[in-house]
Every structure is written in C-alpha cells, then in structure tokens.
Design a protein around this ligand. Structure first.
Ligand SMILES: Nc1nc2c(c(=O)[nH]1)N[C@H]1C(S)=C(S)[C@@H](COP(=O)(O)O)O[C@H]1N2
Ligand SMILES: [Mo]
Length: 414
C-alpha cells in the first residue's frame, strides 16, 4: 500500500503515540530520508554478483593491538567480533571472530588437493577429499565458538574487547562419528587428536565420547563454504568446548588410547587427563549487548535491553536481567528458540528514569547451571575479588554495565 507523504506522517505520529514517545526520533529520520532524492549504489554489477553491506554500516573486527594471551612463542593472535552491533543470533561470516595460535597467517588451501586423514586405532585408515565428505549424510546446526580468553575485564575498553571472542554461525558438515564409524574405531581407543594444516600443527586432544557424540567436520558456514579465516575448506566443530578445540584447516584425526598433552593443551596447562577433562566446557555465560559500554542513551524513556546467552552444557533455559546491580531480577524473553550450544538472544523492556543504573544479565542452562557472579568465580579459583586479577581458568562471570545519569554507559569493572 502506498501512503501519501502526509498520510505517512500522520501514521508515524500515531505509532509514536502508541509507543509512548519511543518512535519520535525514528519517525523524523524516516520522513527526512523519504523526502530526499534517491541515490543509486555504484558498482552495482559487482554487488549483484556477490553482495556487500551498505557503506553506512561500519562495524569491523578488531585485534585491540595486542595478543590476548601470548603463548611461549608470542604468536597467539585473536581478533574480536563487534558484538555490540549484533542483532539476532547469527554472526555474519565476515565478522566472525578469528582465533589463531600461529600468528596471523591464514592458510590459502586449494580445495581439490585438500585431504582429511583418519588413522591410528582404526580398522581401515581412510582419507577423504572435500567431494568425498559431501557424499555423506549432512548435518546443519547453529553453534557458538568461544575462546577461553573471552571474559569481563578491568582493562577492556569495549564489549568487543571483553566479550567479542565468541561468535555463532550455522555450520554444515558431516558428523565426525559418521567418519569414525566408516574407519571402524578399535576397542580401547579413548581419545582423538585433531590436527590443522599449518606448519606448526594446531593439535587438540578430544575424548572419544565427545568425538562420537556431536563433533562436526564442517565445510559449510552460514550457507556457503567455510571462510578461509575459519578453516577453509574443512574445520572441526566441537560444540560447547572452548575455542581451541575447534581445529581449523583440519587435515588429520588420529584415534589413540590415551590423553596426549599436545601443543594446544600445553598452552592451556592441561597437563593431565584430569586437567583436560575439567578444562573443556564453556559457560553458562551471557552479556547485555544493548545498551553496553561506549553507548549513550539519548533520553529517558523506553528501551529494549537485549543480549546474548550461551552454554557449553546445552540450551539456555532462562535469562534474568537486573537494572539495579543485582538486587532485583526479572525474567527476560527469548527471541527465537534457544538451540543447544548456540547463542540465544534475550530481551526485556526497560524504562530508564534517568538515574544511575547497573545493568546485569545472568543465564541458566539445561543442566540447571547458573552463570556465576565475579565473587563466586573469584572464590572458586581462590583469588582476590578485585576483577583486575585474571582468574587462571575460564571466566564466565556476570558483566555489569553502569548507566550514568547523563546516559553514558560504562564497564562497571573499570
Ligand atoms: N588449525 C588451527 N585451528 C585453530 C586455531 C589455530 O590457530 N589453528 N586456533 C584455535 C583457537 S585458539 C580458537 S579460539 C578457535 C577460533 O575459531 P575461529 O577463528 O573460527 O573463530 O579456533 C581454534 N582452532
Ligand atoms: Mo582461542
């Protein structure tokens, strides 16, 4: 239905009234834009062939000028997702965070030459080309990946720096169990070692039970081939396990009869099978992405507080939000259906009265595990409460944003 300009103004005015003044600013923007002459995008043929976003959308990945946790060789390089701009639950492939432990080099792999080998304690060692993998029954699932270094912090200048090392994509591939069954795992094989294609191998040890449960050998990401930064042409997905297990540029899986402390495990101080077993699962964790630090609320009035929640234990079953620093909590709503080991969008309406507010979210997963406070995490690791002390393990504690009375939003830790 085409509205005349005056009708449209009247329509926008009445919807603004319905929303209690909320849409007034938006209404002005809309009418200003529609009255301008239309400008067409240059280079249209190229964009028709393979799209790109509007030139007005400028969010980019950031490395924050430092490795997040330099390893022995100083080569860990992690680049974060602009999570403050996220909507829904899927991270666009071009903005998926990048975690590499071998500097910033991205292997440029010729897909037709790439092979995945499955060997070790199996009846028939096998190699698969990309085409071979695509002949097996496929699986498509939404899953997050999160680096172990992702955490609230005193120094973090933005949510992108503290929480941007997690992303969520729709992954397509073959279940690792399908390939392992094809090769025939021998009795007594209790772990697998997964290796990437780099010169220094990105190797991770994964318990056989997990390998047979839900690990995915992925060639697809968000409806197209996995991006080179994410492991083109094939990467392993180990749903809910910390980032480093999700081996990119996957070329070798070896079935073995014991835990091996590999290069990756060493970096994470998993010196024994027990350390390893304790060190895997991520979360439950959540963070409010709107509003968050470095934003300014333009006015008192209505807002929708919105954020992301995720857990390595399965689906998120509940998210609570507090606007008064944790004294009172209210249940948020889910936007979409929570998926297992996937980002879940939550939201709750909020009327800001102009006074200083402390925004917090805390989630619960299908195992009934509740996201801890900083105090609980500090107590668990036996470290001082002061959040400038980095806990020697993953930190899934609650993030607090402080909304000052001028509307500016800050990291309450700093
Ligand atoms: N082959 C290989 N796989 C790897 C890495 C690597 O350096 N090489 N980095 C790991 C780390 S530390 C993380 S956090 C995740 C990040 O996955 P992403 O870059 O797709 O976000 O990949 C893991 N898989
Ligand atoms: Mo990582």
């Amino acid at each position: 239905m085409a509205l005349k300009r005056s009708d449209r103004r009247r329509f926008l005015k009445s919807s603004a009234v319905l929303a209690g003044g909320l849409a007034a600013g938006a209404a002005r923007t809309v009418s200003a834009q529609t009255s301008d002459a239309i400008v067409y995008i240059k280079g249209t043929d190229e964009i028709v062939a393979y799209g790109k976003r509007s030139r007005f959308e400028t969010a980019v990945r950031e490395s924050h000028g430092r490795p997040h946790s330099p390893d022995t060789f100083g080569l860990i390089k992690h680049v974060s997702t602009p999570i403050q701009e996220s909507v829904g639950v899927i991270t666009p492939s071009a903005l998926h965070y990048i975690g590499t432990t071998r500097g910033h080099y991205i292997p440029d792999i010729y897909p037709e030459a790439h092979k995945l080998m499955i060997h070790g304690m199996v009846d028939h060692p096998l190699t698969f080309s990309l085409q071979d993998l695509k002949r097996f029954p496929s699986v498509t699932r939404l899953h997050f990946i999160e680096c172990a270094a992702n955490r609230p912090s005193v120094e973090a200048k933005s949510i992108q720096e503290s929480h941007g090392m997690t992303s969520c994509a729709e992954w397509t591939g073959v279940l690792l169990s399908t390939l392992l069954k094809e090769a025939g795992v021998k009795g007594g094989a209790s772990w697998v070692i997964a290796e990437g294609n780099e010169e220094v191998k990105g190797t991770s040890s994964i318990p056989m039970e997990k390998a047979m449960e839900d690990c995915l050998v992925c060639y697809g990401m968000n409806g197209e081939a996995v991006r080179p930064e994410q492991g083109y042409p094939v990467r392993l997905l180990v749903p809910g396990f910390e980032g480093i297990f999700n081996v990119k540029w996957l070329r070798r899986i070896e079935a073995v009869d014991k835990y091996y402390m590999t290069y990756n495990d060493y970096g994470h101080l998993r010196q024994s099978e027990t350390d390893a077993a304790l060190g895997y699962l991520v979360g439950p964790k959540s963070v409010i992405t709107y509003p968050c630090s470095n934003m300014t609320l333009p006015d008192k009035g209505h807002y929708e507080i919105s954020g992301l929640a995720w857990s390595g234990n399965g689906a998120i079953t509940r998210v609570e939000v507090s606007t008064d620093g944790g004294r009172r909590w209210q249940d948020a709503e889910f936007r979409g259906t929570p998926q297992r080991m996937a980002h879940t969008r939550f939201a709750i309406p909020w009327r800001w009265d102009g006074s200083e507010s402390m925004l917090m979210s805390r989630c619960t997963d299908e195992l009934g595990k509740v996201q801890p406070s900083r105090a609980q995490v500090a107590k668990f690791f036996g470290v001082p409460l002061d959040p400038s002390y980095r806990v020697p393990g993953r930190d899934n504690s609650i993030q607090t944003w402080r909304v000052a009375s001028d509307g500016s939003v800050h990291n309450a830790y700093s």
